[in-house]
Design a protein around this ligand. Structure first.
Ligand code: NIG
Ligand code: FE
Length: 390
């Protein structure tokens, strides 16, 4: 196996307090990293760096763990430019727009769906994303949900069954029959490909009882829950996520004190998706309130053609710092280690011996530049599972 040493790293985010300066991001100055095959083999002071088959000189620039984008919707066809335009002229965002993408996705052939997926994956990789989760949810028939997950399985292990995105128009008169499908035949067809089960628990989508039935059925099939919770309004999603030990409650834009307390005393991560608030002109989730209460926070893109058509984690970091009062350290931790927590993974989101070799070399002397220089393409090189891919 080939070894690579990255030398002269001006500033290294390890996310291991014991390796670095004692802060959660475990910052190490003048550092070096050795990659052996697909793993990190060594991390330490540049002066002590061992020799390796290949050497890369970081020339004083910063290295951070690859981003873990723990929430995206990349199995879709078409786009919703008109809806976005209308929204920017004052129209409100509603879950109803999902139907437009459902129609386009059903009409697309497998090749077109996969080409679309790989297009956005490459886009995300160029911006430093080395792990991504993605979901079904724009098929909403047994065949269309299963084929979305079958296509996703060729590209990631983090696959979520979201048959419960909305009640499709064909079941508008009988939502109970749709819930029966999602918890029955559709679940049977999708479970072999998925790791997670998700539900959009929201007015206009699924209520608390329907969501509980769907998540419980998924659990019985060996899928672990995650929940689209409290995005557009207050509701039962967060409490349900905690009750069912969901890995993550996603969005968390409208929270009561009881919701925050429930998250703080649980293993459920609050995944914040500021791209959605940005492109729907909605209020920001209160990251400070969650962090100050001791909740584990992840930051992800929610990349989808309706509410958040960005694949850029750096953009989300800049929003979280500027508008959600997260510090740059907190935002970078949340987009790496936080994402790993939201996927209940311990092998990613950190640069420590034994971890997967997922690293990003920035064209900047510090990780802080990701927020300090918004909109600037600062990702210079990416290693995913030890392979240099940019
Ligand atoms: O996470 N909230 C539900 N689903 C997506 C939006 C999907 C869409 O508008 O197409 C979200 O924001
Ligand atoms: Fe989403």
């Amino acid at each position: 196996m080939t070894t690579t040493v990255i030398t002269n790293i001006g500033s290294l985010v390890t996310n291991d307090p014991a390796l670095g300066d004692g802060t959660p991001i475990g910052l190490l100055q003048d550092a070096a990293v050795v990659i052996d095959g697909d793993r990190i083999a060594w991390v330490g002071p540049n002066a002590d760096a061992p020799a390796a088959d290949e050497a890369v000189d970081a020339a004083g620039r910063a290295v951070i763990p690859g981003f873990v984008d723990s929430h995206s919707h990349l199995l879709f066809a078409g786009d919703r430019t008109q809806e976005f335009n209308a929204r920017m002229s004052g129209r409100a965002y509603t879950a109803g727009g999902i139907r437009t993408t459902v129609a386009a996705t059903r009409a697309a052939c497998d090749e077109a769906l996969e080409a679309n997926l790989t297009h956005y994956l490459r886009e995300a990789l160029r911006q430093g994303t080395t792990t991504f989760e993605t979901k079904s949810g724009y098929g909403l028939t047994v065949e269309d949900e299963a084929r979305a997950l079958r296509i996703a399985a060729r590209h990631t292990d983090e696959i979520t069954y979201l048959g419960a995105h909305i009640v499709p128009p064909d079941y508008a008169d009988d939502p109970a029959a749709y819930v029966a499908l999602v918890t029955g035949e559709m679940l049977d067809a999708c479970a072999p490909y998925a790791r997670w089960v998700d539900v959009f628990c929201e007015k206009g989508a699924f209520d608390g009882d329907q969501a509980r039935a769907i998540l419980t059925a998924g659990k019985a099939k060996g899928l672990h829950p995650r929940v689209h919770a409290n995005q557009l309004s207050y509701g039962p999603g967060v409490q349900l996520a905690v009750e069912l030990d969901a890995a993550s409650a996603d969005h968390c834009t409208h929270l009561t004190d009881a919701d925050v307390d429930a998250l703080a005393s649980s293993e459920t991560v609050a995944t914040l998706l500021p791209g959605a608030e940005f492109s729907t002109r909605a209020q920001w989730p209160d990251a400070r309130r969650l962090l100050d209460a001791g909740v584990t926070v992840a930051l992800s893109t929610d990349c989808n053609p309706g509410s958040s058509f960005t694949s850029s984690v750096p953009f989300c970091i800049a929003l979280a710092v500027r508008d959600m009062k997260m510090t740059p350290d907190e935002a970078i931790w949340s987009a790496t280690a936080g994402g790993a927590r939201a996927l209940r993974r311990t092998d990613i989101g950190r640069i420590t011996p034994g971890a997967r070799a997922d690293l990003v070399l920035l064209d900047a002397p510090s990780h802080v530049h990701l927020a300090y220089r918004p909109g600037v393409p600062l990702v210079s090189d990416v290693w995913r599972q030890g392979k240099r891919c940019r």
